[in-house]
Design a protein around this ligand. Sequence first.
Ligand SMILES: NC(=O)c1ccc[n+]([C@@H]2O[C@H](COP(=O)([O-])OP(=O)(O)OC[C@H]3O[C@@H](n4cnc5c(N)ncnc54)[C@H](OP(=O)(O)O)[C@@H]3O)[C@@H](O)[C@H]2O)c1
Length: 244
Amino acid sequence: MNQGFDVKNKTALVTGANRGIGRAIVESLVHHGAVKVYAAVRTLESAELLRRSFPDIIQPLKINLQQSETIQLAAQQAQDVELVVNNAGVLTDTAVLDDQAVEALRFEFETNVLGLLQMAQAFSPALIKHRGALVQVNSVASIRAVPFIATYSASKAAAYSITQSLWQQLSEQGVSVVSVHPGPISTDMADQAGISNAAEPPAVVAEGIITALKAAQFHLFPDSLAQKVGEYYTSYAESVIENK
Ligand SMILES: NC(=O)c1ccc[n+]([C@@H]2O[C@H](COP(=O)([O-])OP(=O)(O)OC[C@H]3O[C@@H](n4cnc5c(N)ncnc54)[C@H](OP(=O)(O)O)[C@@H]3O)[C@@H](O)[C@H]2O)c1
């Protein structure tokens, strides 16, 4: 079971912090009183705007989810972290019978699944020590496959499965875990997937995370499309996954 977690006065780390949902999460953390935020990015220059906006709070840190050595090094450098938000992810527009489906699935698994696994392994000692929290940005596509982004959906389903196991194991050691399931959110990724017309602002996800952490929720369905999925899914999730 999760504990209520207030981000005020906490030290946090967000992957994919430089744009899209990750950037909005950093801004919400700052707004709600986090004292230090490691902006984890692939290239340090991409965190420069954030650092200039909040110079006393933002600490840029290199993490490329496809390079495990960057994850290991970051975990050594950020041992004071109390909240890790693994937000970074990749999407290809690949249907299941497309020629490049095997290659696309491999690429998406490497970042979206193996990236999460390695982040959790590297940062668990600090989170356990601080009785902190881990937030994983999954998708509604974790629950319901979307055929035109089939390989991405499969990677997000696998990430959701790992998130459930992390929740079971880490919550026994005092670490709260949140699985976030957005629908279309207005970012470069939504443009790429051609779902921008139905998209809601990234702040909806970011503010939802702050609230879910406080409320000790495991599942979060932040935007209106996600909430519709959540309406059907929640009773199943509460009895089968959360054992409530
Ligand atoms: N937008 C949506 O509709 C939507 C819906 C449901 C779930 N999500 C999930 O929300 C998360 C954020 O998505 P977004 O829409 O904000 O995407 P985005 O606008 O495409 O941004 C992706 C972020 O991930 C980073 N990233 C990509 N590959 C990485 C790697 N190997 N290592 C570290 N960072 C990497 C990018 O860094 P660079 O700038 O260096 O490329 C960027 O900061 C993802 O996990 C996505 O699957 C998005």
